[in-house]
Write a protein that binds this ligand. Structure first.
Ligand SMILES: Nc1ncnc2c1ncn2[C@@H]1O[C@H](COP(=O)(O)OP(=O)(O)O)[C@@H](O)[C@H]1O
Ligand SMILES: [Mg+2]
Length: 252
């Protein structure tokens, strides 16, 4: 995949958004280059998940001002599935359990939906090869994808399943909302190792890590950290800003 040097991967400009007539985002700016890793940190309720949902085009939110550009194209009014087709991936904070649907089938359906109508559509044999490659990349056993989606998965395994989906779909922007939540140190380390492997496999991938705590940023060092408070980005800095916030809290 070539890296587009002409346009930022993501360019959010003066974005304001509401839900149920409550204004949540109040003029957010965010610029990410291809292949970069950014973190958004902020207290609970500051609008981090809202920003992720609005970038993905969740229909419950209304964009009241501003624009979202992806690879130079204005996607502010685009339906979510078209955003996905353009290469944006959002991992869910609370993944569902689906009894009777093996993870491999979900991944194949997701892949074919994602690449519908393109030359990247592949048959079962080629998909199985792709899946084996990505399982190897993440150090996961084939038996992992034979299991029902998330059924009986530990917190860490659910996150691994999300990252496997990310590896299979090969988006160019992945938004991970609190991928670190509820993980013990070992599970966190494994999830971060998986993310680093996916990134190495797909260098053009831009990663937007949304997190309340800075511990994930000890493993994945971001190019930029954005602090979000009450629906606004109040501070931008390098990786060091995350540890600053950890020590002194979000209150300035
Ligand atoms: N349907 C809704 N109506 C009004 N306010 C809402 C609704 N859903 C979420 N909110 C509010 O939006 C704010 C931002 O929430 P969220 O984006 O989930 O924050 P974060 O992810 O940073 O914890 C919170 O104050 C929350 O109470
Ligand atoms: Mg949230």
């Amino acid at each position: 995949m070539s890296i587009d040097v002409l346009h930022p991967r993501l360019e959010v400009t003066d974005l304001a958004a509401s839900i149920d007539d409550t204004q949540i985002l109040h003029g957010v700016d965010l610029v990410m280059q291809p292949g970069s890793t950014h973190a958004i940190m902020g207290p609970n309720g500051s609008g981090k998940s809202t920003l992720a949902q609005v970038i993905m085009g969740h229909p419950s939110y209304t964009v009241t001002a501003g624009t979202i550009r992806f690879n130079g194209e204005d996607i502010t009014a685009l339906a979510p599935h078209f955003r996905a087709r353009h290469g944006i991936f959002l991992a869910f904070q609370y993944p569902y359990e689906i009894e009777g649907l093996p993870l491999k089938d979900l991944l194949r359906t997701a892949y074919n939906a994602w690449y519908a109508g393109t030359e990247k559509q592949i048959g079962l044999k080629a998909f199985n090869q792709l899946l084996d490659d990505k399982l190897a990349l993440l150090g996961l056993d084939r038996s992992f994808v034979e299991r029902g989606v998330n059924v009986g998965f530990s917190g860490g395994e659910k996150k691994q399943a999300e990252i496997l989906q990310l590896a299979v779909l090969q988006p160019t922007l992945a938004i991970l909302d609190e991928v670190d939540s509820g993980l013990d140190v070992d599970a966190l380390r494994r999830v971060c190792a998986a993310l680093i492997a996916v990134k190495a496999d797909n260098p053009a991938l831009s990663l937007l890590l949304i997190t309340h705590y800075n511990r994930i940023l000890n493993y994945i060092v971001p190019d930029q950290v954005h602090i979000m408070q009450q629906g606004c980005i109040t501070k931008i800095g390098g990786a060091g800003l995350a540890s600053e916030v950890e020590e002194s809290g979000y209150v300035k």
